[in-house]
Design a protein around this ligand. Structure first.
Ligand code: FAD
Length: 321
């Protein structure tokens, strides 16, 4: 789960912004921090993965953090409609009906093209959720809303090596992190996709630093946790970045933090999706108001972020979530 805290600007992001950030030419909706993005093209890039390129005047003023795993929330139109009203920035973090049925989903910005004022997002196609349903019928001219991006990838400033582990949903971020990393940082990535046909024929996905595993992704048991446990961590300042299904990610985070005892600066483990997501959202929405308020604010504030996450996850698990 991505918290409101994640929306802060972190010092390393600022450093990366200055080097690699990019701002689209300013447009009317930039000031609000929520943008209207029009579909330019819809292209399958592998089995089960579709790239949607968004552009249009509404994206003017969209400012990339330049961080490799930067993500936005996408607000989709109601069923049967081809466009959205642009909501307020606050509304991007809530469900339109105030309950568990959200019309927003979180996606990585795979690439930014400031010259043409365009961004690309790679959608993993699975099940019949809101986002996937929308992609299946998307055509040029359709529109979504999205908010300003946030990045979580924050390697130590003197990083010498990095290990990236992800399922298909983390592949866009893995590719972008690899493309943006200086050659002096030794990088290894392990990516789990459903089958060899699910590997995109893109240069960054085919680079020698990427090892492919097949399975997981809702098609079978994931072996990512095992891959993280078996990985040898080189000496020197390094970084482990992991993205995938949430329950697996919780186990990975516990391993890195409590068994390997890595400092918080040396890893980031982010849950990207949930099994039985609708059921999960409904159970969250059915919690008593005090518990919901606690969960919504548990990761805010200036305390020790990882200690707060420990407490937050323990509370979720005690609630059976
Ligand atoms: C920071 C961040 C970045 C992300 N970046 C990307 C990205 O670049 N590309 C991308 O495709 N996803 C990305 N995701 C994951 C994406 O937000 C979820 O997969 C989301 O749940 C998809 O929404 P949906 O409406 O299609 O399905 P939902 O309505 O959420 O779920 C419908 C059904 O599909 C299942 N499901 C959901 N996601 C998956 C999955 N990945 N594999 C198998 N079954 C699934 C659910 O368990 C449920 O049964 C990211 C998530 C986060 C937090």
């Amino acid at each position: 789960m991505v918290s409101a805290r994640s929306a802060r600007t972190w010092p390393i992001c600022t450093a990366i912004n200055e080097r690699e950030g990019c701002v689209m030419p300013q447009g009317p909706e930039g000031a609000a921090g929520v943008f209207r993005a029009e579909v330019r093209s819809v292209t399958p890039i592998a089995e089960g993965m579709v790239r949607v390129v968004f552009g249009g005047d509404g994206l003017r003023g969209f400012s990339s953090t330049g961080v490799g795993d930067e993500y936005v929330r996408l607000h989709f139109p109601p069923r049967g409609q081809r466009s959205v009203d642009v909501p307020s920035p606050e509304a991007m973090w809530t469900s339109s009906d105030g309950g568990g049925v959200s019309d927003k989903r979180t996606y990585t910005i795979r690439s930014v093209d400031p010259t043409h004022c365009e961004i690309a997002i790679d959608f993993v196609m699975h099940g019949d959720g809101l986002a996937v349903r929308w992609v299946r019928q998307a055509v040029p001219g359709d529109a979504v809303a999205l908010n300003a991006p946030t990045g979580l990838y924050r390697p130590p400033i003197d990083v010498q090596w990095q290990l990236l582990f992800a399922d298909a949903t983390g592949l866009p971020a893995v590719c972008r992190i690899i493309e943006q990393s200086p050659p002096t940082v030794r990088t290894r990535a392990v990516v789990e996709v459903a089958s060899p046909r699910h590997v995109p024929a893109l240069a960054s996905a085919r680079r020698p630093e990427v090892t492919w595993m097949y399975g997981g992704n809702g098609h079978g048991r994931s072996r990512l946790e095992q891959a993280v446990r078996e990985a040898e961590l080189p000496a020197g300042p390094g970084y482990v970045w992991v993205a995938g299904e949430t329950s697996m990610l919780r186990a990975v985070r516990k391993y890195l933090r409590h068994e390997r005892k890595l400092p918080a600066s040396a890893y980031k483990a982010v849950g990207y999706w949930n099994f039985a997501a609708d059921e999960y959202r409904a159970r969250l929405a059915a919690l008593d108001p005090a518990t919901r308020v606690w969960l919504e604010s548990a990761l805010d504030g200036d305390g020790d972020e990882e200690a707060q996450t420990d407490e937050y996850v323990a509370r979720l698990e005690s609630l059976g979530l």
